[in-house]
Write a protein that binds this ligand. Structure first.
Ligand SMILES: [Zn+2]
Length: 127
């Protein structure tokens, strides 16, 4: 394995043990150790959970703003029932919000999510 010493703080790899050359974190860990690789995976999972939570919040917010905004657009309500059948209890409107939220979450994951340790494979081997 080349550059086995990994910085948990920024994900940089380097040849020798010691302070991280990329971010200055005082110590690097030996990624040849399976426990270290497990820790790296846990860090990546925690980061992705946290980002997903934020994105979900953002997605729901954007969906609500767009749909509530459309409610004030003249003619929007007349489309309901002519273009498509409206559903009881505004289920169709809630569904639109959910679709927008889902799109924001999926799009945001693609655009912004970078793993800290992209070289760590799912089976905990390293490239
Ligand atoms: Zn670092």
């Amino acid at each position: 394995m080349t550059n086995p010493w990994v910085c948990i703080d920024c994900g940089a790899r380097q040849e020798e043990q010691g302070a991280c050359r990329a971010c200055g974190h005082e110590d690097t860990l030996d990624a040849r150790d399976e426990k270290v690789r497990e820790l790296m995976r846990d860090v990546d999972m925690r980061l992705s959970d946290r980002r997903e939570g934020r994105l979900r919040f953002l997605g729901v917010g954007i969906g609500m703003v767009i749909i509530f905004g459309l409610w004030t657009v003249p003619g929007y309500w007349s489309l309901r029932g002519t273009l498509y059948p409206g559903l009881p209890l505004f289920i169709d409107q809630w569904a639109f919000m959910a679709i927008i939220a889902f799109g924001v979450i999926k799009g945001g994951e693609k655009l912004f999510f970078k793993r800290r340790f992209p070289y760590l494979k799912d089976d905990l081997s390293m490239a």
